[in-house]
Write a protein that binds this ligand. Structure first.
Ligand code: PAF
Length: 307
């Protein structure tokens, strides 16, 4: 596994790799790696000839200085995880090298994907993500790009970025969120949580279960999510449950608060988009998106609520 820290070294190493003509899988990360990242690497390893992973805590995507300052950095542990995972090259640039040297971050037209939900609460965040991913793709001409669905909105933004970029672009592979045995989505930010807050964070998964159960009679009662047998307000094992999207969100928010979380938003979108899900008669399936706080740590998660 080669460790490359400068742009000049990267160009030199890529020239060698390109001459071998292999497909190139790329996993961009901000480090503090966990099993979710390793699942991306594993998929890249299985599908492509050369696997590159970047570790770069991108200042452009942090809208709060203290969040950037305390973002976990675990270089040694990260490298120890990547080596046995079969990564060929780890790119770990310095901020000044990657984002300096006269490079100007372009402003992307992200079609409004960057201004709602996460984007509304973290202004500029997705521009920063698109700018750094675009910068990395300029340097690393990969055929396949691997990202986790834990950052659902980010996946949509990056697909939009790929659509905007000229020329042949990599295929974006979105991998399911990796969770612990209790359903907690793995995240680098979990490292910042106390043992009590980790347990509270598992309340997000309990809320997903509650929302799924509440919705199941409506979705399974219909031959398809578009079918006629929509049963708003149907009985469930928990009694009569409110199944309009707004009532489901209200119930979910209530549970999250009971679990000790301070939600910023809980929304239902039509899966594959950021459009609001309109209820069991909607032609798409509902995906729930959450962001909220435990103490001073902000967590996000999302889940497809289909049975
Ligand atoms: O998901 C992340 O870790 C980051 O947003 C990414 C895609 C590496 C860009 O900095």
């Amino acid at each position: 596994m080669q460790i490359v820290r400068t742009l000049a070294h990267l160009r030199q190493v890529l020239d060698d790799l390109n001459s071998k003509g292999a497909s190139l899988g790329f996993v961009p990360t901000m480090g503090a790696l966990h099993a979710g990242h390793l699942a991306l690497v594993e998929e890249a390893r299985a599908q492509t000839g050369v696997v590159i992973c970047s570790i770069f805590v991108n200042p452009l995507q942090f809208n709060r200085a203290e969040d950037l300052a305390r973002y976990p950095r675990h270089e040694e542990e990260d490298l120890a995880l990547l080596k046995p995972a079969g990564v060929d090259l780890v790119f770990m640039p310095e901020v000044g090298d990657l984002l300096g040297g006269g490079w100007e971050p372009p402003m992307y037209d992200l079609g409004g994907l960057d201004t709602v939900l996460e984007g509304a609460w973290r202004p500029g965040h997705f521009q920063g993500v698109a700018q750094v991913v675009g910068r990395l793709l300029d340097l690393i001409p990969c055929t396949d790009l691997y990202m986790g669905l834990k950052d659902y909105q980010q996946c949509l933004v990056v697909q939009r970025l790929l659509d905007l970029r000229p020329g042949q672009q990599p295929v974006l592979h979105r991998r399911p969120t990796v969770r612990d045995a209790m359903g907690l989505a793995l995240s680098s930010r979990n490292l910042l949580l106390s043992a009590e807050d980790l347990e509270r964070a598992r309340g997000i998964a309990r809320t997903w279960r509650w929302m799924k159960e509440a919705l199941a009679p409506s979705l399974s009662g219909a031959a398809s999510p578009m079918g006629a047998a929509s049963t708003m307000g149907a009985a469930s094992p928990m009694g009569v449950v409110p199944l309009s999207p707004s009532a489901l969100i209200e119930g979910g928010l209530h549970r999250l608060e009971q679990e000790g979380l301070r939600p910023e938003y809980l929304s239902l979108v039509r899966d594959g988009t950021l459009d609001p899900w309109s209820g069991p008669a909607d032609y798409g399936l509902p995906r729930a998106l959450f962001a909220g706080w435990l103490g001073s740590v902000r967590l996000i998660d999302n889940e497809l609520l289909a049975p």
